[in-house]
Write a protein that binds this ligand. Structure first.
Ligand SMILES: NC(=O)c1ccc[n+]([C@@H]2O[C@H](COP(=O)([O-])OP(=O)(O)OC[C@H]3O[C@@H](n4cnc5c(N)ncnc54)[C@H](O)[C@@H]3O)[C@@H](O)[C@H]2O)c1
Length: 381
């Protein structure tokens, strides 16, 4: 087994420790954090060793670093990981700016090391089912669509929400990776973007944890609206916002020449796909609840806002799939080229909003391979 060292013992770490229960090739042996107390607490809870970051990176037993730091630290930790001769699997996004992401990919390629990056939700039952239906031409040629992510912001549930409202935060960096990756999986690579961004409130108040009631300044736009044009000429409208109290829109809707499709939440692994083939007609449900990583595995509400009761959350499958790819000398699905393309979409969206001009993307990538139930079975306990 390739051994894993985890850096960044925050909110999401528990989800990755839990992934060891589902996948047969994930083994986390030590953890580190810039905050030594957080690392110690995490190590005690999971009965592993805690180290400082440099100590973990120097450990010869570790082949892969699982990077769960905040987005602003991803570049620094991935770079150190690769320079230490280890493979990197990091939470989304690859980095907070395109140039850094491109440098990381080059460094990995030069050293024959793997970069794996979340999101891995597009490997889940819901997204794979949508992919199957699209590949079977159920709704025809997709030329239009819309994506929507809107909620009031992480200050309502995260005890340390400030970084979401500083440079490197914001809805397109935080949630764009799920939606943009889902679209690349369904439609292929993107070509150009247009966007407009606004900030609704200058201050936010922390609603939970030791800093409850503290106000902090919002330094960046918190809503961004625009459109992405794909190489297949589909134009998809996007709405990503931390400023909406409630709404009733679907996460992803795609409109084809033969019908329309509702794709389930790209932040999760399960859910049903719905398709309709006539004007005002019935919506046919395609359930992913019997698929290996579509079936419900979370039954109670956890502390994270993205984990409602009764959902499928198999975060870590991308790491498991990368380990299998390393062992079998093939390209991993959540690979660096895909995550750099998604980062390009994010960075170009921000630039389009700042400059008020359409931005052509600098990168492309292959549409990820379908992830079959057979392949998933090999990775599961
Ligand atoms: N919280 C969620 O529900 C969630 C869900 C999916 C993905 N993510 C992603 O996971 C990552 C972590 O999110 P989180 O919510 O756990 O954040 P968090 O703030 O709770 O935890 C991040 C941890 O990283 C540590 N850290 C920061 N910079 C560091 C550095 N340079 N070196 C070592 N440690 C450092 C912090 O001390 C902290 O303990 C982010 O990329 C986020 O986008 C989070």
């Amino acid at each position: 087994m390739l051994k894993i060292g985890l850096i960044g013992c925050g909110h999401i770490a528990e989800t990755y420790f839990r992934s060891q229960k589902y996948f047969n090739n994930i083994e986390i042996i030590s953890c580190a954090d810039i905050n030594a107390e957080a690392a110690k607490k995490c190590a005690q809870e999971y009965n592993i060793e805690s180290k400082d970051v440099d100590g973990l990176l120097a450990d010869k037993e570790i082949s892969i670093v699982l990077n769960l730091t905040t987005p602003q630290a991803h570049y620094e930790i991935i770079k150190k990981t690769l320079l230490a001769g280890k493979h990197s699997y990091c939470e989304k996004p690859l980095s907070t700016n395109y140039e850094h992401g491109a440098e990381l990919l080059q460094l990995a390629n030069d050293n024959n090391l793997y970069i794996g990056n979340a999101p891995d939700t597009f490997l889940g039952g819901g997204a794979q089912l949508a992919r199957q239906l699209i590949d079977q031409d159920k709704i025809g040629d997709i030329k239009l669509g819309a994506i929507n992510f809107a909620f009031p912001g992480v200050q309502s549930f995260h005890p340390e929400p400030e970084s979401w409202f500083k440079k490197g935060g914001g809805p397109v960096i935080d949630m764009g990776p799920y939606y943009f990756t889902a679209l690349v999986n369904l439609l292929g690579p993107a070509k150009c973007v247009r966007a407009k961004a606004i900030k609704v409130n200058d201050y936010r108040t922390i609603a939970t944890g030791p800093k409850k009631g503290d106000k902090f300044e919002v330094e960046i736009p918190t809503s961004i609206i625009g459109s992405i044009e794909f190489k297949n000429s589909a134009v998809i409208q996007f709405f990503l916002s931390f400023d909406v109290i409630n709404h009733q829109r679907n996460h992803i809707e795609l409109y084809g020449t033969k019908g329309s499709m509702i794709v389930p939440d790209p932040n999760m692994f399960g859910g049903s796909v719905f398709s309709s083939y006539t004007e005002r007609g019935e919506w046919k449900e395609y359930s992913s609840s019997n698929m290996l990583i579509g079936k419900t595995n979370i039954f109670n509400k956890s502390v994270r806002s993205n984990e409602q009761p009764e959902v499928a959350n198999y975060r870590g499958v991308g790491l498991s799939e990368m380990i299998d790819a390393i062992e079998n000398n093939r390209t991993n699905r959540c690979n660096g080229k895909l995550s750099l393309h998604v980062l390009d979409m994010i960075d170009s969206t921000i630039n389009a909003a700042i400059n008020g001009v359409e931005q052509n993307l600098r990168t492309s990538c292959e549409r990820p391979l379908v992830f079959s139930e057979n392949e998933i079975k090999q990775l599961m306990k």
